[in-house]
Design a protein around this ligand. Sequence first.
Ligand SMILES: *[C@@H]1O[C@H](CO)[C@@H](O)[C@H](O)[C@H]1NC(C)=O
Ligand SMILES: *[C@@H]1O[C@H](CO)[C@@H](O)[C@H](O)[C@H]1NC(C)=O
Ligand SMILES: *[C@@H]1O[C@H](CO)[C@@H](O)[C@H](O)[C@H]1NC(C)=O
Ligand SMILES: *[C@@H]1O[C@H](CO)[C@@H](O)[C@H](O)[C@H]1NC(C)=O
Length: 300
Amino acid sequence: MANYEFSQVSGDRPCCRLSRKAQICLGVGLVLLIASVVIAVIFLWPRAPLVWKGNPTTKHFPEIFLGRCLVYTQILRPEMRDQDCKKILSTFKGAFVSKNPCNITREDYEPLVQLVTQTIPCDKTLFWSKSKHLAHEYTRVQGKMFTLEDTLLGYIADDLMWCGDPSTSDMNYDSCPHWSENCPDNPVSVFWKVISQKFAEAACGVVQVMLNGSLSEPFYRNSTFGSVEVFNLDPNKVHKLQAWVMHNIEADSSNSCSGSSINELKLIVQKRNMTFACQDNYRPVRFVQCVKNPEHASCS
Ligand SMILES: *[C@@H]1O[C@H](CO)[C@@H](O)[C@H](O)[C@H]1NC(C)=O
Ligand SMILES: *[C@@H]1O[C@H](CO)[C@@H](O)[C@H](O)[C@H]1NC(C)=O
Ligand SMILES: *[C@@H]1O[C@H](CO)[C@@H](O)[C@H](O)[C@H]1NC(C)=O
Ligand SMILES: *[C@@H]1O[C@H](CO)[C@@H](O)[C@H](O)[C@H]1NC(C)=O
């Protein structure tokens, strides 16, 4: 049998009994197969994510994000219970995943700020600069005022870290850009710039800012307040900016309101056609400081 077959083949061209057409098909198929393997290797080979010097995306980011969103919308502010936290998370991620984390734009976060709208009542906006902790303690006790971190998006993102990478649609849990890496347009900085600008644009009536009187420059031009918020107040809606300059209770009070740093703020505000007022150690906030220092002279 074998001999018979062999002799029949050998009488033909070497190789096989395939027709010429089939041989061409096979050849073309082989070339296509090799080409697609090469293409697959080039495009699907897991590329290493970019390496940065800063802390990576906060561990359990999606769970923390969703948890905070649900706490805020279901428990703290039930008037916002119809917000879709899963959709907010996916829209948030859409701003920066699969992108170079040094190349994020304000427009990237536009779908997010369009999705999450929240109205802050007039006279209830509190900005802060270098006094975050005290400002949050105060709004928490006071109950009716809002810092940026008392709004939904600020509450969710407070103290979290996040970035993406061009090679993956996941977040980068290995590293993210550090402030020293000359990467100002990173996902975290751009996010805070966008939402603090919106927060300032929406403020109305009398707005307050808590500043840190224990620093040589209570008003610091490069802070978010000094570079974004104060310039985005709308003079048609905001008639007065009220500064509370809080000194550390131990260090106690020089009069910062009359200092040159606060005067710089005053000039900016007045030039933008709003009234400026300043108070050192605003009493209600001092009371909050006194909770931890009840024996201090300024607490009696
Ligand atoms: C940054 O993004 C812009 C627009 O999204 C794009 O045109 C540009 O090439 C990007 N640059 C880098 C370095 O990725
Ligand atoms: C003022 O800044 C100093 C130094 O950063 C800080 O220790 C202090 O807690 C701040 N004071 C207030 C009232 O936030
Ligand atoms: C403030 O920002 C400007 C411009 O971004 C920069 O040139 C300057 O060095 C900064 N000042 C401080 C004290 O960081
Ligand atoms: C402030 O008000 C004056 C007079 O009403 C007006 O001429 C000027 O353009 C205003 N400036 C700003 C920054 O709105």
